[in-house]
Design a protein around this ligand. Sequence first.
Ligand SMILES: C[S@@+](CC[C@H](N)C(=O)[O-])C[C@H]1O[C@@H](n2cnc3c(N)ncnc32)[C@H](O)[C@@H]1O
Length: 213
Amino acid sequence: MKKSLSYLWPLTKKFESHYSGKLEVTWINGRKVLDSANANYSYGALQEVLDRGLAEIRADREAPVLLLGLGGGSAVPLLRNKYGYYGKVTAVELDKAIIEIAINEFGIEAHQPLALICEDAELYVKSTTEEFGLIIIDLFIDLQVPEQFFSIEFWKNIAGLLKPGGKVLFNAGVNSAHDEQINYLLKSDILGIHFRKKEDVYRSNTLLIGERS
Ligand SMILES: C[S@@+](CC[C@H](N)C(=O)[O-])C[C@H]1O[C@@H](n2cnc3c(N)ncnc32)[C@H](O)[C@@H]1O
């Protein structure tokens, strides 16, 4: 019923997040999306951006996947239903309120095997001993990627968690917001991750696609 009515006018539920401020879950044109004040966090444009990156990545579909930044979890049905990844997905999310939205509004727990971890991604990559075939880094507070996710230390930790031949998809910024940090990262020697940059994805985002040699 809500889905049908959403073709006539959007239906919105509001949530408050300690980290991201006001969040909205909206049924619009038969689809449910999660938005912060200025950005689409899940489903909607964000999912289109991730889809265009995943379409260019050939990773081991059986190997575990790490998703840093859960939001409503729109990457997970893409991985499972469109690209056929069937290994365990570990999703790390700082914000408990957002994990609850992913569970209660977007049914994320249907996509097993799945581990949902409420932790700062920067700390998680320092301490975990698991290895992954694909790591998706999709960490935003509203429109900004927090500064620490461009640091060499963070990327060395990421390199250490990738299986040989493992792939990385980094949603690195909207428009030219982080150009300087992205170019610095591309010039740095990060333990054998080779990157290529894909700009203006869905007319807005910059993606870095990386492979560990
Ligand atoms: C664009 S949303 C992620 C969307 C998601 N990947 C999807 O598939 O729909 C960005 C997320 O990054 C999370 N985030 C921001 N900083 C973080 C941090 N330090 N550690 C973990 N998550 C963080 C935000 O709370 C937000 O849920």
